[in-house]
Design a binder for this molecule. Sequence first.
Ligand code: IGP
Length: 263
Amino acid sequence: MGKAHIQEAIEKVVERGDKAFIPYIMAGDPDISQLKEQLLFLEKSGATVVELGIPFSDPVADGPTIQEAGKRALNSGTTVKKVLEALSSFRDEISIPIVLMTYINPLFKYGLSQFFKDSQAAGVDGVIIPDVPLEQRPLIDEHMNRTDIALIQLVTLTSPDHRIKRLAQASEGFLYAVTVTGITGARSAVSENLESFIYSLKKHSNVPVMAGFGISTPEQVKEISSLGDGVIVGSRVVDLLHQGKREEITQLIQAAVGTPASH
Ligand SMILES: O=P(O)(O)OC[C@@H](O)[C@@H](O)c1c[nH]c2ccccc12
């Protein structure tokens, strides 16, 4: 469990010559009762780690696809509490690491200390809180201290150099390299500076570097995952899950991790 669990899961895939794949899904889309089965499906398809969103009414970093998923989840009554309760009830049946992606507001409301305590008990391995900048991290650290949960940092193409270094060194579990500027969502062109960006992150980081934002096809998965340790795909996975096109999710995952028969 915890930080080491995330890092080891990614390193294991990379060491055998493949790349890691982290799908993002929204907890409670369409209903929290389906979460267990959705996670089991992703695990069976080869996902290395799962990034699980907690819905929030003001998701400033989310693109339209994930905003819609968040609305469906909120409409079905999904809360921080319900997500943690659901995870607790079946966590021992799923072995891949789980990273919660949430904004800080719902956590304040829940109580920060209580959130980390309950997350640890529910088998959460890491968290991504995109609206808490590095400078505010002491606020969180104080409440996370007694847990083994990884705080994953995001670093963007437009971050200045000195900041990139600090973010890379501060990240736990893995470092999230944001490969396009702006909000989440599928896009077609791959940024030109990407290669040197990821290269410099690899140089500064003690944890694996995962690239995400705007990746939507198996070709992009192959191309971008080859630059670092793997990729994170959100909007496309959320869309395909919503449409019931699970075979295509499996294809995306296997473009990075290979087919089960190949390892
Ligand atoms: O949807 P995309 O473009 O595939 O990008 C992943 C992203 O959605 C997921 O990691 C995520 C969802 N909400 C976020 C908010 C901030 C950072 C990251 C996220």
